[in-house]
Design a protein around this ligand. Structure first.
Ligand SMILES: Nc1ncnc2c1ncn2[C@@H]1O[C@H](COP(=O)(O)OP(=O)(O)O)[C@@H](O)[C@H]1O
Ligand SMILES: Nc1ccn([C@@H]2O[C@H](COP(=O)(O)O)[C@@H](O)[C@H]2O)c(=O)n1
Length: 259
């Protein structure tokens, strides 16, 4: 018998509810890189999307649409993308609730060069056992904060973050140096101090130095592995035909979900 539980007033089967992990931290702190390392260590990277047990979603997919005057500002580094009002909070919450209810979702990808979502370039998020949701303000909105089963904060020195951000925004996001620095000094840094940094207190685990901190990442991976093994055990006790398990070596376990 599957347990029935309520998530924000909605009834869902606990059996299907993924373990939702929030990953926050300042810009360029290494949130995506930490998530990538976790996925790699769990053997979840080179596999078909439909078979993944662990998936990662970026909060950037929930930036709200800008009007033409806001886009003109954004092009000059004069729009505040680090303020909570830049996000579509309701859509973010609705999508996470769908995910927690074990439903398949379509999520748009974000185009940093044009400051817009790509509605025609969506990613399908298939039901998974563990979902990582990463972004600068994932712990800011109380109703979203409440949904996480585990909260990680990537804590990287701000000079290191600025240095990485300059290189990344120029090389990958089509920005020039003046624009990056103007945006950083006027919006990114003050908003980090006002909205992101205070949410560090909600974290269960703080990861100093981000992806360089292999000890912290290994501990988190171990915790996720235990969750997956327990779920697998209870699934196989019910003789589920939907999941198969392969152990490739003593440290790596590959899980496959058959839809
Ligand atoms: N430990 C690290 N050492 C060197 N470069 C890193 C490290 N972690 C991240 N980076 C680089 O810094 C930039 C930002 O990292 P990313 O993981 O995308 O941060 P975030 O998701 O927090 O914005 C990327 O170009 C990434 O390759
Ligand atoms: N059009 C946009 C949208 C967002 N940003 C910046 O991205 C940062 C968040 O992404 P990270 O990978 O760095 O966490 C945030 O600080 C925004 O300033 C942007 O520059 N342009």
């Amino acid at each position: 018998m599957s347990e029935i539980m309520k998530i924000n007033g909605k009834t869902v089967s606990e059996e299907k509810t993924p373990f939702l992990i929030g990953v926050s931290g300042g810009t360029a702190s290494g949130k995506s890189t930490v998530c990538k390392r976790i996925m790699e260590k769990l053997g979840q990277v080179n596999m078909d999307d439909t078979q993944r047990q662990v998936v990662c979603i970026s909060q950037d997919s929930f930036y709200r649409e800008l009007n033409s005057s806001e886009i003109a500002k954004a092009e000059k580094g004069q729009f505040n993308f680090d303020h909570p009002a830049a996000f579509n909070e309701k859509l973010m919450q609705k999508t996470l609730l769908e995910i927690l209810a074990g439903r398949k979702c379509e999520i748009p990808t974000y185009d940093y060069r044009n400051h817009a979502l790509r509605p025609d370039d969506t990613v399908t998020i298939y039901p998974a056992d563990v979902v990582l949701f990463e972004g600068i303000l994932v712990f800011y909105f109380p109703e979203i904060l409440d949904l996480f089963h585990m909260k990680l904060f990537v804590d990287t020195d701000s000079d290191t973050r600025l240095a990485r951000r300059v290189t990344r925004d120029i090389n990958e996001r089509g920005r020039d140096l003046d624009q990056v620095l103007h945006q950083y000094i006027n919006f990114v840094k003050p908003a980090f101090e006002e909205f992101c940094s205070p949410t560090k207190k909600f974290a269960d685990v703080i990861i100093p130095r981000g992806a360089d901190n292999t000890v912290a990442i290994d501990l988190i991976v171990q915790h996720i592995r235990e969750f997956l093994n327990n779920r697998l055990k209870s699934d196989s006790e019910k003789i589920s035909p939907h999941i198969s398990i392969t152990r490739t070596n003593s440290n790596e376990t590959h899980f496959k979900r058959h839809h």
